[in-house]
Design a binder for this molecule. Structure first.
Ligand code: UD1
Ligand code: UDP
Length: 385
């Protein structure tokens, strides 16, 4: 039996972990045992617990309850907690997802203890080092033993940084293995979209009509914490709602809810509150989110995961950032980068409203990335040739 420790903390990591846990618990239960460590980075019911209840992820064996703090305090507290658990559990490898502070803490601690790191969603780059996520993912990739890359572009990014796709096993952090495996979020979207319609009522509850509303999420620090950007984004939403008579649903990250109150101009806040076409809710569950994505006319987001889910469900996307790691979306014409620019957002909205028949070729794998990853874990850590 191969013992792996999985470290999760933020919403998207909990959702991603569902794909691997599902593969382990169905196809690999005789050969992989998983110990789950939740750092506690996300802790509100609707940012964490809801996903354990809904997605069939095993309960975390440990929760470090680190909660929110400055980046240095958050990461150092996580590292202390993770170190203690890894020393006790002695896993053969640690699985990390994406690019959050939980990923950074997990990668530094595991590497410090010489426990091999398996990085899922490796190789992505925004080439914008002012994002903490860019630093986190670079650090994690460079201490990893197995790197599972969702896209071809991700593999190319790694090659530019000196990784080799030709390296041969046995792999270690000086000679890592790079695998282009597809996207486990695509696995999840396929799997859970067959359930979301039956198990949720959000479309009726929110009184939404299929294809007639915009779904939007905003949470990136550079959007929430820069008042001019946050104002510009909300002015754009108000403009679209009022000028085009379109409903906009915003399941809002707690970070954005807090910053809206403290940074938006009073008259803008009032315009948003009084506009019946702008519906702000708490974050929704993953099954609800899938239903909202499947039925939307268009999606506007600064989220990495939501950009891709827009693609999985054949919806155009306006990216509320100045760049994206998921460059294929833009190259294929399925997404437009509009930043936090009111004019560009409105132009992108009009562009997509008038365009029909966008193609969505299958660039994120075949929906079996989790099985591929588990097979490689077995091949590399079973001790058998
Ligand atoms: C983190 C990740 C980001 C990811 C996002 C997913 C880092 C550096 N960033 O950003 O890459 O896209 O998660 O959602 O790790 N808060 C709550 N309740 C919660 C969680 C957060 O109120 O359950 C509030 C707190 O005020 C906190 C703020 O949100 O200070 C930011 O939370 P944090 O986890 O630091 O970063 P995210 O913006 O969520
Ligand atoms: N998500 C969700 N409920 C919400 C908003 C997002 O379940 O209210 C899901 C979304 O479908 C995607 C993931 O959370 O699978 C993306 O997480 P987030 O946007 O927080 O982070 P990012 O992907 O940008 O790191």
């Amino acid at each position: 039996m191969i013992k792996v420790a999985t470290i999760i903390g933020a919403r998207p990591q909990i959702i991603k972990a569902a794909a691997i846990s599902r593969a382990i618990n169905t196809l690999f239960r005789d050969c992989i045992a998983e110990v789950i460590i939740h750092t506690g980075q996300h802790y509100d019911e609707e940012m964490s617990e809801v996903f354990f209840k809904e997605l069939g992820i095993p309960r975390p064996h440990y929760n470090l309850n680190t909660r929110s703090a400055s980046p240095a305090q958050q990461v150092s507290q996580m590292m202390n907690g993770i170190e203690e658990i890894l020393l006790k559990e002695k896993p053969q490898a640690v699985i990390l997802y994406g690019d959050t502070n939980s990923t950074l803490a997990g990668s530094l601690t595991s590497s410090g203890l010489n426990i091999p790191v398996i990085h899922i969603e490796a190789g992505l780059r925004s080439y914008n080092k002012s994002m903490p996520e860019e630093i986190n993912r670079i650090v994690c990739d460079h201490v990893s033993t197995l790197l599972f890359v969702p896209t071809r572009q991700g593999v190319e990014n790694l090659m530019k940084e000196g990784f080799s796709a030709q390296a041969l096993p046995p792999f270690n952090k000086n000679q890592p293995g790079v695998f282009h495996c597809g996207d486990i979020m695509y696995d999840n979207s396929l799997y859970f979209s067959s359930l979301s319609g039956k198990r949720t009522t959000i479309i009726e509850r929110m009184q939404l009509e299929e294809g007639k509303y915009v779904l939007s999420t905003i949470h990136r620090g550079y959007n929430t914490d820069v008042p001019e950007r946050l104002s510009s984004l909300f002015r754009a939403l108000c403009g679209i709602a009022s000028e085009t008579n379109t409903k906009i649903l915003l399941p809002l990250h707690p970070r954005t809810s807090k910053m809206m109150e403290s940074s938006l101009e009073k008259d803008l806040l009032q315009r948003i509150r009084e506009n019946p076409l702008i519906i702000i809710t708490k974050p929704v569950s993953f099954l609800e989110m899938i239903e909202l994505e499947k039925n939307a006319m268009l999606i506007m987001t600064d989220s990495g995961g939501v950009q891709k889910e827009a693609y999985f469900f054949g919806k155009p996307c306006i990216i509320l950032r100045s760049e994206t790691e998921w460059v294929e979306l833009v190259e294929n014409g399925n997404a437009v980068i509009a930043d936090a620019d009111e004019r560009k957002i409105m132009e992108a909205f009009k562009h997509f409203r008038n365009i029909k028949g966008l193609g969505y070729p299958p660039i994120y794998g075949d929906g079996h990335a989790a099985e591929f990853i588990c097979n490689e874990i077995v091949r590399n850590f079973s001790g058998k040739p």
